[in-house]
Ligand binder design. Sequence first.
Ligand code: NAP
Length: 546
Amino acid sequence: MREDAAGKSTAKQTDAERYDALIIGAGFTGLYQLYSLRDRLGLNAQVLEAADGVGGTWYWNRYPGARCDSESHSYCYYFSKELVTEWEWSERYPGQEEIRHYLNHVADRFDLRKDIRLGDRVISARFDDAETLWHVTTEAGRQYEAQFLITGVGCLSSANVPDIPGLDDFKGDWYHTGSWPHEGVDFTGKRVGQIGTGSTGIQSAPVIAEAAKHLTVFQRTANYSIPARNGPLSEDFKRYTKEHSDEIHETMLAGPNGHPFRIEDRPVASVTPDEQREIYEAAWEKGGLRFRSVFKDLLTSKPANDTAAAFIKTKIRAVVKDPETAALLSTIDHPFATKRPPVDSHYFETFNRDNVSLVDIKTNPITRITPTGIETTAGHHDLDIIVFATGFDAISGPLLAMDIRGKNGVTLKEQWAEGPKTYLGLQVAGFPNLFTVTGPGSPSVLTNMPVAIEQHVDWITDCIDTLLKNGKSRIETTPEAAEEWVGETTAAANATLLPQANSSWYLGANVPGKPRVFMPYAGGMAHYRKRCNDVAADGYKGFVLS
Ligand code: NAP
């Protein structure tokens, strides 16, 4: 433990456990942040985790078909060459169980478990201005104190269960995909209703349909989806990714989204319509999020985007045999990729099964849940199980779920009443020494997450190191810097088509009453990294160190 960190406190004796740094969450962020503070800086750091295991998102999201849309050789840490070399992924996209194994391996490999407290959900954190100390309380009533508080609570961890009247009276079982039972759910012989057709619903529907007697998908907004083309990785590819890990990592760092492929430097209009079709066709066959990368202006030019949208809609109509169902699935109200574009394994094909039906709840909304099923304005659907694939109170939700109070007792809820305000997505004015990893205002969910997480953790670790080496005890952003950054975040989003998706969770539009603010920073990961580095090099411009 570094004595100059928090050792000289004048804090009164309490029952609280005292650390240099507390980290909330044991997912990708928490594990790497713990390693960085403990093993690189020598600080006394502790992770507090609500779940009974490590893994974060991948601990909770055990729904059928749960799999990452980032390719496995990029959905991992790159901070340790040995780790990259020794871990072997089995499929093109890692499944939930494999990612959970990976994160457990990381916890063991770096001897992290001894500094992780599981089953200890943080409910409040209060900053003591006089002591420069965060006082943290958990659901179990445990008290902790630390100079630095770092949130690694994830962007998609507060389940959004819609407030539909009658749910309490439902006699069957219901589940939200984001907190799925560990023992799984047996759908055999059951009539299942699934609400939601985002990335999650698009993954779960084909798997549920295989087991259930009948699956009814309740669709509010039709969605684009690209075939994942998942499959086992060849030995050649596994060898290639290990031998070329530096190059692959460089590609990930150089791009706007942290993925291991480059975005082509050509606009749609630079090729003929026939060539466009050929390019889209090849990308469709290749599958995955790479589809977005074939032209550089798909997210900035509506006419360019229209060509991709038209191509995908034609594909949907070619796959789905029933014309009415095909029309419902392909009548999409937003430009392609302005909501997070799902990738799928036989999603549209699923609607060709005899035991699957699609219900349009945009035209005929759900009115209530009855003891025996779901009622819409067009009729009643008898169900044994309801699956809510209805997403999350994203990005700001997990932070606001805790009672966080900064200087003068101001709550984060009060501070963010009009929407989240941060500087660089890293800090909130009035909340010294609190760092929000992949917080609102950072590229976060627009990026392959481990890339965004490693960048934030490295920046925070360097920042704390600099602070302590210079005999300072606190860092705090200013309201002016935060206001300016909110302006930049809004401008970055407005330079793209992203705000055109009205019901997007990027905007908070999926949660009733949530302020509509475009939360992630859309200026690109590489550009953002440079901004953060420049700020640090410029004496942490926009922050006050004292
Ligand atoms: P989501 O994208 O927010 O989708 C939620 C779905 O539920 C939408 O179809 C939404 O309809 C519907 N819905 C929400 N509230 C409703 C209500 N009251 N009544 C009827 N329908 C309602 O959530 P998600 O699918 O869980 O995905 C969230 C994010 O998690 C993804 O975008 C992605 O970033 C991440 N994720 C990643 C992976 C992966 O990497 N493989 C997998 C799953 C999720 P509207 O569109 O009309 O609001």
